[in-house]
Ligand binder design. Structure first.
Ligand code: C5P
Length: 213
């Protein structure tokens, strides 16, 4: 089956204080790492960038300008996905440590019949619902999973899920809303999302095998 990755890199990095996906990480930018693994794992790669940004990383099939929200940016990428793609893999540029094995695992789950597949890790902390500083309730964490990217989908299912321009924090939520069958594969604890300066330090340490220099 033909695979195409969409790597979304059009965020403003509000929590980080700068577009975190373009900060240097071990000799390349964060987004370069994410696109490199996408390129090694999929037949095509579409990278989605902020306006006025020129792609200076590994080769891609297309680079396009994103939108105001993550979901809009995915739709900008979808418009540039080749028509013959059977499986589309959406990946956050802010996850530079995803492995090819993880890309292969989500693609394989779709190739064997799922509408979508996402990497997931069990939630290990106790989770509480709060309002202001007051705890409202403690959520039963049995069955709760934290979900990562890359997320793979049957191409026509992902296109349909985005047809009415809905919003969600990931693409699986849109496919679930259509009643699509989304399965989980084992997530990777190393596949962290760069959100804060500490995450960047952690990524540097992980990339150098534990030496956080
Ligand atoms: O903001 P958040 O960390 O959830 O962003 C996840 C990914 O989506 C990042 O790689 C970010 O660059 C991308 N994004 C985007 N367009 C937006 C917002 C986020 O491509 N408007």
């Amino acid at each position: 089956m033909r695979t195409c990755a969409i790597v979304v890199a059009a965020g403003a990095g509000t929590r980080f204080g700068a577009p975190k996906q373009f900060v240097p990480l071990r000799g390349a930018r964060v987004a370069h790492h994410a696109v490199a693994v996408a390129g090694a794992s999929c037949d095509d790669v579409v990278v989605v960038l902020p306006a006025d940004t020129t792609w200076d990383g590994p080769p891609v099939t297309a680079s396009v300008t994103g939108g105001v929200t993550r979901s809009e940016s995915v739709r900008c990428g979808l418009a540039a996905v080749p028509d013959d793609a059977d499986v589309i893999v959406v990946h956050d540029a802010a996850r530079p440590l995803a492995s090819s094995a993880l890309f292969r695992a989500v693609v394989a789950a779709v190739e064997t019949g799922a509408d979508g597949a996402v990497p997931a890790l069990p939630v290990s902390d106790t989770v509480k619902q709060v309002e202001g500083d007051r705890v409202v309730e403690t959520v039963d964490r049995d069955g709760l999973m934290a979900v990562q990217t890359p997320q793979a989908f049957r191409a026509e299912v992902l296109r349909k899920a985005h047809a009415e321009a809905p919003e969600a924090t990931d693409d699986a939520a849109l496919v679930e809303a259509l009643g699509g069958a989304v399965v989980v594969v084992d997530g990777d604890p190393r596949n962290i999302k760069i959100t804060t300066a500490l995450d960047l330090e952690l990524a540097m340490a992980l990339l150098s095998g534990g030496d956080a220099a």
